[in-house]
Design a binder for this molecule. Structure first.
Ligand code: C2O
Ligand code: CU
Length: 486
C-alpha cells in the first residue's frame, strides 16, 4: 500500500477500530446445523450470469408429510410445501420457466414485487391463465430488497390452501445488519382429514367463506412444529411470511424480546422492540431474537388466537409453531444490535387524490353471503382510476364483523393514522390489516407502470367471495359522459 510496509501492530489497531464502529460483517454465532430441521429447499439457478437467476418451477400434485404419519397429496411447486426459496440480490433479473401439471389452470403472482403488469400473474389481466399442461415464462428485475412470496391467482383460496406458495428473498449486500445467522420461515396451515384427504375448499358453504377457512395443521416451512437450535444470547434473524389463506399469527416468545427491523418492503426506518408479533395473511416481518435462556432449555414459539372477528377466538387453541432448543454452550455475551437507520421519505399527502372504499358484506335473498367493495362484489365495472405520478390517499372503511388484510398489487404504500399522519417508524407496505369495524388510511404514489392492478383482501376466501377490486393506472377509459348528449 503506497509502497510502505505496514506495521502489523498498527494494522491490528486500525481494524479493531473499524470493527467497533461498524460491526457489520458479523460471523455466524449459531451452532452448526442450527436451522437444518426447517431449512427450505432452494431452486437451482441454471444461469451462470451472477446477476440473473433462472429457475424451473413446476406446479404439480405430490405426496407430502407434514407431521409423522400425516400425509396428503398436496398441490406443490417442485414437489414440496412450501415451494423452493428463490434468492436474489436487489437489481437481479429473475427468469422462471413455469409449467403447470395441476388438473386446473393456474398462474404465479409475485406478491409485493414492483414489476410490470405483464408479469403480475393475474389471469386475463396480466396473462391468460396457464392451462393444464401449459407453460409460461416470468421474466423481470427485482427492484427492492425484502422478503416476498409467490402464489397462484386462479382459484386462490383453493390453490393456496392446497399448498401452492413459496418465499422469494431479495437481499441487498450493502444492508448493514450485524446478524449473520438468518432463516426464512414460511407460516401456513393445511386441512387434512384422517384419511389423508385435503379439506374441500368449499367447506361450510358461504358461511365458511364469510369467516375464512383455516386448515387444521399449522405449518412452519411445511412442517408441524419443527426444531430450531439456538445459542443463548446469540442473535438470529427471522424472515417471516404469513402464507396462510386465512389464518393470522400472533407470535409470542414467552417474554423473550423480539426486535422488528423490517416488514413487507424491506427494512424499517429504525428497529422497534416487540412483545408479540401479529402477521395478517400476506404480511411479512423481519425480526431479530437473541434468547436469554439457560443452556439446554427449550422454548415453544407459540401463536395465540388473534381476534380477526366473530368466531376467531372462541374455543380456539394456542398453536405451537416451533421449538427453539437452546444448545449447551455457555451463553454468548458479546452481541448487541448495531444502530440502524434507513432513509425513507414520507409520501406527502398534500394535494393527494382521496379515494374512498368500503368493505361490505351482504346477504343475498337465498341467504348466501357476498363480500363487496362499496356494495359491489369484485367492484365489477367500478375500477379506481389513477395516472402515473399521481398520489392518492385511500380511506378503507371496514364495517364488517371481520378483519381484512388489504393488499394492493404492484405498489408499496405508507400507512397513516386517523389524523392523517404517517405511522412511525416509516415503512413500505403492500398488505395491511384493516381491523373489524375500523378504518385504515394509506398513501400511495404511482410510478409509471400502467395497467390494471388488483387490490383485495388477503383472506383468500374473502377475495374469492367478492372482496376484490381493480386500480386502473394510466388505462384509457371510454368516456361515457361524451355520449350522454344524444
Ligand atoms: Cu398475494 Cu393478489 O395477492
Ligand atoms: Cu377479508
Amino acid at each position: 500500500m503506497f509502497g510502505v510496509r505496514l506495521n502489523p501492530r498498527v494494522c491490528a489497531v486500525v481494524f479493531a477500530g473499524l470493527a467497533a464502529a461498524a460491526p457489520v460483517s458479523a460471523q455466524s454465532l449459531q451452532p452448526p446445523g442450527w436451522d437444518r430441521d426447517l431449512k427450505l429447499a432452494e431452486a437451482p439457478d441454471r444461469n451462470p450470469d451472477p446477476h440473473i437467476v433462472e429457475i424451473d418451477l413446476d406446479a404439480r400434485i405430490a405426496p407430502v408429510e407434514v407431521a409423522p404419519g400425516v400425509r396428503a397429496d398436496a398441490w406443490t411447486y417442485n414437489g414440496g410445501i412450501p415451494g423452493p426459496l428463490i434468492r436474489l440480490h436487489v437489481g437481479d433479473r429473475l427468469i422462471v420457466h413455469f409449467s403447470n401439471h395441476l388438473p386446473q389452470p393456474t398462474t404465479v403472482h409475485w406478491h409485493g414485487l414492483r414489476l410490470p403488469i405483464q408479469m403480475d400473474g393475474v389471469p386475463d389481466v396480466s396473462q391468460p391463465p396457464v392451462p393444464e399442461g401449459g407453460t409460461f415464462t416470468y421474466d423481470f428485475v427485482v427492484p427492492d430488497a425484502g422478503l416476498y412470496w409467490y402464489h397462484p391467482h386462479v382459484m386462490s383460496a383453493a390453490q393456496v390452501g392446497f399448498g401452492l406458495y413459496g418465499a422469494l428473498l431479495v437481499e441487498d449486500p450493502k444492508e448493514q445488519v450485524n446478524v449473520a445467522d438468518q432463516t426464512v420461515l414460511v407460516l401456513s396451515d393445511i386441512g387434512i382429514d384422517n384419511r389423508g384427504k385435503l379439506d374441500s375448499p368449499d367447506s361450510g358453504g358461504s358461511t365458511g367463506m364469510a369467516f375464512g377457512r383455516e386448515g387444521s395443521y399449522v405449518l412452519v416451512n411445511g412442517r408441524v412444529r419443527p426444531r430450531l437450535v439456538a445459542r443463548s444470547g446469540a442473535p438470529q434473524r427471522w424472515r417471516i411470511v404469513n402464507a396462510a389463506k386465512s389464518r393470522y399469527f400472533q407470535i409470542d416468545l414467552d417474554g423473550q424480546a423480539m426486535t422488528r427491523i423490517g416488514g413487507d418492503g424491506g427494512l424499517l426506518e429504525h428497529p422497534v422492540k416487540l412483545d408479540t408479533l401479529v402477521l395478517a395473511a400476506g404480511e411479512r416481518a423481519d425480526i431479530i431474537i437473541a434468547p436469554a435462556l439457560k443452556p439446554g432449555a427449550e422454548l415453544e414459539v407459540l401463536s395465540f388466537p388473534f381476534n380477526r372477528g366473530y368466531g376467531s377466538v372462541e374455543y380456539r387453541a394456542v398453536e405451537n409453531l416451533l421449538t427453539l432448543a437452546i444448545d449447551t454452550q455457555a451463553p454468548y455475551t458479546g452481541w448487541s444490535l448495531a444502530p440502524m437507520h434507513r432513509a425513507i421519505e414520507p409520501i406527502s399527502t398534500e394535494g393527494a387524490t382521496p379515494v374512498n372504499i368500503e368493505f361490505t358484506l351482504a346477504q343475498r335473498p337465498d341467504g348466501a353471503f357476498e363480500y363487496g367493495i362499496n356494495g359491489v362484489p369484485f367492484a365489477k365495472d367500478h375500477p379506481i382510476t389513477a395516472t402515473p405520478g399521481e398520489t392518492q390517499v385511500w380511506t378503507i372503511v371496514n364495517k364488517t364483523k371481520w378483519s381484512h388484510p388489504f393488499h394492493l398489487h404492484g405498489f408499496f404504500f405508507q400507512v397513516l393514522d386517523d389524523k392523517g399522519r404517517h405511522v412511525q417508524p416509516l415503512e413500505w407496505k403492500d398488505t395491511v390489516n384493516v381491523p373489524l369495524e375500523q378504518t385504515v388510511r394509506v398513501v400511495v404514489r404511482y410510478d409509471d407502470r400502467p395497467g390494471s392492478w388488483m387490490f383485495h383482501c388477503h383472506i383468500l376466501d374473502h377475495a374469492d367471495g367478492g372482496l376484490m377490486g381493480m386500480l386502473d393506472l394510466g388505462v384509457p377509459h371510454a368516456d361515457h359522459s361524451a355520449h350522454s348528449t344524444h
